[in-house]
Write a protein that binds this ligand. Structure first.
Ligand SMILES: Nc1ncnc2c1ncn2[C@@H]1O[C@H](COP(=O)(O)OP(=O)(O)OP(=O)(O)O)[C@@H](O)[C@H]1O
Ligand SMILES: [Mg+2]
Length: 243
């Protein structure tokens, strides 16, 4: 979706190097309220590193990150979560010994000091993602698809303005992927701005309006899913060795 509103989240020529290797190379992305951006690219292309730069897990060697027009390059993860940046991790990290509800409340405590308010918020989110029935179960006992859903719930409980999803469909079966796609469509229809790192191109086609392709840390192509997936450089760099 395009609009004339100010950008919600931007990276401006961000660069991140690891021991001389450039993992993210001058990447500029521009996300507006209500967008649903897909980020694709081969393994090691720099997708997760770009998320880490946006969310503050890492600082760029150069370049800037802006949120609602404000430079947030120097802000901590926590400060950015407070502003409204929610993310999931590629390796799911719910605390296994806590219940589904308690895990979700950990996100909700960000905006709700009182335990009962955090619990209400957590239940509301668990309803939304379809985990209310297992709220009292131990998180570590959930099957993978539900653990991934819990990861989304924890992020949603912080009441983000934008949700960054790092391969939340990986390891799921086709039925589970279908349910996850429905969940993200639903969140998007309710107004959530989403960025989706995803290897499953069918999912990218179904969900994204706009796609950025990273390769060797740099933007190789961007456009609609159809434009991007037909781009000869993308076919060579990405599709050629993945499908
Ligand atoms: N903390 C780190 N220290 C050193 N090198 C890193 C670090 N994080 C990432 N890298 C390297 O940076 C490059 C980009 O990694 P990144 O995890 O961003 O790729 P990705 O596109 O998310 O890949 P995948 O699809 O496998 O998840 C890789 O070469 C990776 O080994
Ligand atoms: Mg990654």
């Amino acid at each position: 979706m395009t609009s004339t509103a100010a950008p919600l989240l931007e990276s401006d020529a961000v660069v991140r190097k690891f021991a001389g290797m450039t993992a993210v190379d001058q990447v500029s992305i521009n996300l507006r309220q209500g967008d649903l951006l897909g980020i694709i690219g081969p393994n090691g292309a720099g997708k997760t590193t770009l998320f880490n730069l946006l969310t503050g897990q890492l600082r760029p060697n150069s370049g800037h990150v802006r949120f609602r027009g404000e430079d947030i390059t120097g802000l901590s993860v926590h400060q950015r979560v407070r502003l409204g940046l929610g993310r999931t991790f590629q390796v799911v990290r719910p605390l296994p010994d806590l219940s589904v509800l308690e895990n979700t409340m950990m996100g909700a405590f960000l905006k709700h000091r009182r335990r009962s308010d955090a619990e209400d918020k957590a239940y509301q989110v668990l309803e939304e993602v379809g985990l209310a029935a297992v709220a009292k179960d131990r998180a570590g006992d959930l099957p993978l698809a539900r653990r991934k859903r819990l990861e989304v719930a924890r992020a949603l409980a912080t009441e983000p303005a934008v949700l960054l999803l790092d391969e939340v469909m990986a390891g799921l079966n086709p039925t589970e992927i279908g349910h996850a796609v429905d969940l993200f469509k639903d969140l998007h229809e309710k107004g959530m701005t989403l960025v989706l790192i995803e290897h499953n191109l069918k999912v990218v086609r179904t969900l994204s309006r706009h796609v950025v392709v990273l390769d060797h840390g740099a933007v190789l192509a961007e456009g609609t899913p159809t434009e991007v997936l037909q781009h000869p450089d993308v076919v060579r760099a990405y599709l050629g060795n993945r499908r």
